[in-house]
Structure formats: C-alpha cells, structure tokens
Design a protein around this ligand. Structure first.
Ligand code: SAH
Length: 219
C-alpha cells in the first residue's frame, strides 16, 4: 500500500497514543511484557502489515478475550487503524509502527499464540524473495516468537505469492491446514475482509488462505 507521506499524520497520531506507538517510539521494552501492557494475561495474536486496520479492529471487536498487537511499517496508514480502534473504544488492541524484520526484538520467545498476514507485498522478482513475509527468513522469525502450538494465518489474492508460500512453509516444516485457492467460495461466516480483500475480490480476484502450524523443535 503506497501513500504519499502526509506530515499532518505525525501530529494527529498523537491523539491516539493509547493505541499506537508512533514512528520513533520504542515498544521493544515490552518484549516479554505484553500481558503487563494490556493489564491482563490473555492469548496474544498479532497482525503484520495492518494497513488501515479494517481486519484487525473488527477481529478485536469480535474477540474481546484476545490481546491483539498490529505491526505496520507505514505510519501514514497505521494512523487510520488507530483512529478506528479509538472510535470503537477497543481495549484489546495496540498498534506499532514497526518493521517485522525486527520481530524478535518486539516479542519474547513463545510469547505469541497466532500471527496473521493479509495481502502481504508479493515482491515477485526472485532477487527480492528474501523480503517476502513468507520467506524462510521470516518464517524463522515467526517460529522464534510463536508458542509451540502457535500458528500463522495467511490470505492473499496473489497466487504466485500464495503458491510460493505454501511450498516454503511446507519445506520449512510447518503443518498446513484449511488450504483453499478460493476462500470466498467457502462462505465462512467468520471471515473478516481486509481493505485489499474487498477491493480485489470486487474485481473478481480469488483469495487464497492457509493456516500453518509452527514446526516442532526437532522439525
Ligand atoms: N493487510 C492490509 C494491507 C495489505 S498491503 C490489507 O489486507 O488490506 C501490505 C501492508 O504490509 C502494507 O501496508 C505495508 O506497509 C505492510 N508491510 C510490508 N512489509 C512490512 C514489514 N516488513 N513490516 C511491517 N509491515 C509491513
């Protein structure tokens, strides 16, 4: 998602300081302490690449029993997610302007129960494969912060990225389930649409979805 940098957001985002840590803010001190930050121990689910937050805010509203942390590299889009969280008065969501490449600085080993990736940037060129959020490098980071039985849930309309991801996850020892190349055909009532999902499916694109269980220690 590309947005022209909007300078007013750097100030406006401070209105939502209860929900979001802005660019330059540092929440790595919360590694291992997220339960304390939320003021309760509860399962911790995170989303990487939150965008404008339609998915995560709706998910958090439907599941008040879960603590949610959303990571997004671009402050310019995360502002809109923070505004939605504030308008809905959600208590169980925090948002961080953060590059997921540094994931292991933000969460302690086995602190996270579930990771969501939605419509991640495809990086189609082979020489950019390492930047894909489902590359072996990123899967190793997820593995490091996930609990033993933790899982990754991934949706995308980009079938090149989807098939690459299925292959890579399998090769890295993740256990795949609920794989579909046409999620909407299943009509699952608990599917929450992201901004991209709404846009691309309106144009006729099919959506792939996989749930991947973290490899065991030996795996
Ligand atoms: N999930 C949203 C947005 C998809 S676009 C939706 O489905 O509508 C992908 C998003 O991931 C962009 O907003 C981009 O800034 C973010 N992103 C890409 N790489 C990232 C990284 N390494 N860390 C955090 N966010 C990242």
């Amino acid at each position: 998602m590309r947005l022209r940098r909007k300078p007013w957001i750097d100030t406006a985002i401070l209105d939502y300081a209860d929900f979001v840590t802005p660019l330059g803010g540092d929440w790595t001190a919360f590694s291992g302490m997220w339960a304390e930050l939320f003021g309760r121990s509860a399962p911790l689910h995170i989303e990487i690449g939150v965008g404008k937050g339609d998915f995560l805010t709706e998910l958090a509203a439907r599941h008040p029993e879960i603590n949610y942390v959303g990571l997004e590299a671009q402050q310019g889009v995360l502002y809109f997610a923070a505004r939605k969280a504030a308008e809905r008065g959600l208590k169980n969501i925090r948002l961080v302007v953060f590059d997921a490449a540094r994931l292991t600085e933000l969460f302690a080993p086995a602190e996270v129960d579930r990771i969501y990736l939605n419509f991640s940037d495809p990086w189609p060129k082979a020489r950019h494969a390492k930047r894909r959020l489902t590359s072996p490098l990123f899967l190793a980071r997820y593995r490091a912060v996930l609990k033993a039985d933790g899982e990754l849930r991934f949706k995308t309309d980009n079938m090149g990225l989807f098939d690459y991801s299925l292959e890579t996850m399998e090769r890295e020892g993740w256990q795949l389930s609920r794989v579909t190349h046409d999620l909407h055909a299943l009509g699952e009532a608990d599917n929450i649409m992201t901004e991209y999902e709404r846009k691309f499916s309106a144009r006729g694109a099919k959506i792939g979805r996989v749930v991947a269980r973290r490899p065991s220690e030996q795996g």
